[in-house]
Design a protein around this ligand. Structure first.
Ligand code: FES
Length: 331
């Protein structure tokens, strides 16, 4: 649950279209055609999905906007989202691909933005990996509308799996650098990308965890201030090699909860009937922080500082785990 529950909208699916075999575009509008709540570049909505077995859940999708017209985001007539199918996931993306039909009305939370374009004095360098391009399209459009410097590095396995290339080419022209792994024979060269940056440039990164980790490690090694690197991870917590089951003792509550190898502490607590605070479920927002009384934490978040990690007194339960077999939480 979130600290305060955002307002929801009932929106109709006006268009559902496969951009490629992996990505489905959905256009959502108010049934009466009214303007929708506005949003800023980098914003997302949460959409209610139905998982196999009928359980309702929420999925987070960035709003895609390639228009430089102010009204397109200030008083939009529709929201565009792009959903990448994840056949290994819990079923939310498969629902969006296989079950959602034109004409269906969906429950959608009003837009929120935790990935703001803060208008750097230098160039806004947009770094997209795969479906992580979705929030960056609107950033590119905003910078173009403002007459401000922008360039994009868009990486994917192959062009056939990438989305919004025509729109981005129309916006950015030579400032769009497409990196297809199958053409280059290697991943995106982050060092070369950073070599081309000046001291006032800022990075806006959205993509899979390995891309973000590479950018964070290399900017840190170069002495970049952390404030110059803005990011959003598009994938929720995933199972890593060697992940194992462990138990969590809730010291105040007295209960012990078993966490499976492929389950987050957060999900295990919810399944056990607890009501923990959370929001992003990707280790970015900090909402799910819980004090730790005992146990060896495997930190996987992007919230805590190095000294907080070393101290081992707090854990982001949506993504971090236990290195040993037992964790004692102050819950
Ligand atoms: S819910 Fe955002 S960091 Fe855990």
């Amino acid at each position: 649950m979130t600290p305060s529950t955002p307002a929801t909208l009932q929106l109709r699916v006006d268009e559902a279209r496969e951009l490629n075999p992996l990505i489905r575009l959905l256009r959502l509008s108010a049934p009466d055609g009214a303007a929708l709540p506005g949003f800023t570049p980098g914003a997302h909505v949460r959409v209610q999905v139905t998982l196999p077995g009928g359980q309702a859940d929420w999925r987070h999708y960035s709003l895609v906007n390639a228009s430089t017209a102010a009204a397109a985001s200030a008083a939009p007539r529709h929201y565009l989202i792009a959903v990448r199918r994840d056949d290994q996931g819990r079923g939310g993306s498969r629902y969006m691909h296989q079950q959602v039909q034109v004409g269906q009305v969906m429950t959608v939370e009003v837009p929120r933005n935790e990935f703001e374009l803060d208008h750097p004095a230098g160039c806004a360098v947009l770094v997209a990996g795969g479906i992580g391009v979705t929030p960056l399209v609107g950033m590119a459009a905003q910078r173009i509308a403002d007459g401000a410097a922008v360039r994009m590095h868009y990486a994917g396995r192959s062009r056939s799996q990438m989305a919004f290339l025509p729109e981005l080419q129309g916006l950015l022209h030579a400032a769009l650098h497409v990196h297809a792994d199958d053409e280059a024979g290697a991943p995106l060269d982050v060092e070369a990308l950073l070599d081309a940056c000046s001291a006032t440039d800022e990075l806006f990164v959205c993509g899979p965890k390995p891309l973000l980790d590479a950018v964070l490690a290399r900017t840190h090694a170069r002495g970049w201030a952390r404030e110059r690197v803005h990011f959003e991870v598009f994938a929720p917590a995933t199972v890593a090699a060697g992940d194992h089951a462990f138990e969590v003792l809730l010291a105040q509550d007295g209960r012990t909860v078993q966490v499976k190898a492929d389950q987050s502490i957060l999900d295990a607590l919810i399944d056990a009937g607890c009501d923990p605070l959370f929001d992003c479920k990707r280790g970015e927002c900090g909402v799910c922080a819980v004090p730790v009384i005992e146990g060896d934490i495997d930190h996987r978040d992007y919230v805590l500082s190095e000294s907080e990690r070393q101290a081992g007194k707090v854990i982001q339960i949506c993504i971090s785990r236990c290195k040993g077999r037992r964790l004692v939480l102050d819950l």
